[in-house]
Design a protein around this ligand. Structure first.
Ligand code: IMP
Length: 201
């Protein structure tokens, strides 16, 4: 079964290529099916709603099973912000580095023991019939570093997120190590059995 990864985020697409390598699916990207420019408006109010909106839109446009995730970083000291709005945090003028700087600035006076945070990922797999959707959630607890790491792995907020039990950020560990404990890795592990069942039908 072909599975379309419905995301324009190259960091996510790279991770799914590895995470789903052993699933019984042939992973294809948006550009492979002529949808390289297709962005979907995320107007839901939860990670789950947004993941479903994206997966359904890509499945219907491609005629293939499509996997989309909605993910973000929820910071305890900011009452869960930026959360659902992680990709848009600080407005359209900021790039990833600007968003990380804004986050560290907001937490400037917050001591280590209050810098708890978690990454959340909800995966939705939609079939082109427009109705069938399968969901899986993964959470990774950790904390926000005092300063940005110079590590170059990963994407987005990785250089400022230290997973629980580590003293390095996601940007300082290998892809395999991140995938083992990350929100996306945890959600992907849960959805693989479903993907294999769909592929066997
Ligand atoms: P969305 O799921 O497309 O709404 O975007 C989620 C945003 O959350 C990304 O653009 C990143 O800023 C952030 N994010 C989600 N997962 C990760 C991750 O694994 N590492 C770093 N940042 C992430």
């Amino acid at each position: 079964m072909k599975l379309l990864i419905g995301s324009t985020n190259t960091g996510k697409v790279h991770e799914y290529g590895i995470l789903l390598a052993d699933a019984d699916v042939e992973v294809v990207g948006l550009a492979d099916v002529g949808l390289g420019d297709m962005d979907v408006e995320e107007n839901g109010t939860t990670f789950e709603e947004n993941a479903i909106i994206k997966a359904k839109a890509y499945a219907q446009a491609s005629g293939l099973a499509a996997l989309a995730d909605d993910s973000g970083i929820c910071v305890d000291a900011l009452d869960g912000r930026p959360g659902l709005y992680s990709a848009r945090y600080g407005g359209a003028g900021l790039d990833n580095a600007g968003r990380r700087r804004k986050l560290l600035g907001e937490l400037e006076a917050v001591p280590d023991e209050k810098r708890g945070a978690e990454f959340v990922c909800v995966i939705a797999v939609a079939l082109p019939d427009g109705d069938t959707v399968h969901l899986a959630e993964g959470i990774c607890r950790g904390s926000i570093a005092q300063t940005e790491s110079t590590g170059i792995s990963g994407f987005g907020y990785d250089p400022v997120f230290i997973p629980e039990g580590y003293d390095r950020t996601f940007a300082d560990i290998s892809d395999d190590e991140k995938n083992e404990l990350s929100h996306r890795g945890r959600a992907a592990k849960k959805i693989i059995a479903t993907l294999n069942q769909l592929a066997a039908r």
